[in-house]
Design a protein around this ligand. Structure first.
Ligand code: DX5
Ligand code: ZN
Length: 229
């Protein structure tokens, strides 16, 4: 577990935009180029209309990630799979509000298994869903696209949600992560609304490759500078 809480800006590249045939090397490459966390998108073809991979892939990636392995579960029902992803070495395990009948129990189960618990909100999920769980979570993931695919356009209406969340969280040690359509144009909006973790897939991996990853570094710096500006 390498995760410690702070509100400093963190860039979390999503390996959904990496070379699927070279995930381990891609994680190392993007960390070498300045990633703060690595965001790992798990999709089941049921909760979202796309399939990626499961706990065996996460376990295989674990030795290649030295920062924080941030696992985003887009699966339902999520409860039966929690232990498998904790055993795979996730530092943070995020599940969607809609991923089971008892979201409070889901968050409790993630923490009880020794992991940080994240709660993800779809663009259509109201921010009020977080209020009863504020002391049971370590991260809120605000989806700024509908989950399932990389490269979609940022949904600007979610900025209001990020702002409301920042207020609601107050001094609690809960990260605000934003996922979907984050690039150097949208990063300043989400950062100033209160986000501290910026997930970015296409905006980080574009123009580079595992054998020539310098573009990843330039892209990360561009997002970081834009968000800091
Ligand atoms: C979408 C995923 C995101 C996705 C972001 O369902 O949860 O993490 O990879 O990709 P971009 O940054 O390309 O929108
Ligand atoms: Zn994600």
């Amino acid at each position: 577990m390498t995760h410690t809480f702070n509100r400093a800006l963190k860039i979390a590249p999503s390996i959904l935009a990496a070379d699927f045939a070279a995930f381990g090397a891609e994680c190392e490459a993007v960390e070498g180029q300045g990633a703060d966390w690595v965001h790992v998108d798990v999709m089941d073809g049921h909760f979202v209309p796309n399939i990626t991979f499961g706990p065996a892939m996460c376990a295989a990636l674990r030795p290649h990630i030295r920062t924080v392995m941030d696992v985003h579960l887009m699966i339902a029902p999520v409860d039966p799979m929690i232990n498998a992803f904790v055993d795979a070495g996730a530092d943070i395990l995020t599940a969607h509000v809609e991923a089971g009948p008892h979201v409070h129990r889901t968050m409790q189960a993630i923490r009880a298994a020794g992991c940080k618990a994240g709660l993800a909100l779809n663009p259509g999920t109201p921010v009020e869903a977080v209020a009863p769980l504020l002391d049971d979570i370590d991260l809120v993931c605000v989806m700024t696209v509908n989950p399932g695919f990389g490269g979609q356009s940022f949904i600007e209406s979610q900025i209001t949600k990020i702002r409301a969340l920042r207020k609601m969280i107050g001094d609690r040690p809960v990260h605000i992560e934003v996922d979907g359509g984050v690039d150097s144009t949208t990063a300043p909006m989400v950062r100033s609304a209160g986000a501290d973790v910026l997930v970015a897939g296409s905006a980080v991996f574009r123009g580079g490759s595992v054998s020539d990853p310098s573009a990843y570094g330039r892209n990360i710096i561009a997002i970081r500078n834009a968000a800091g500006a």
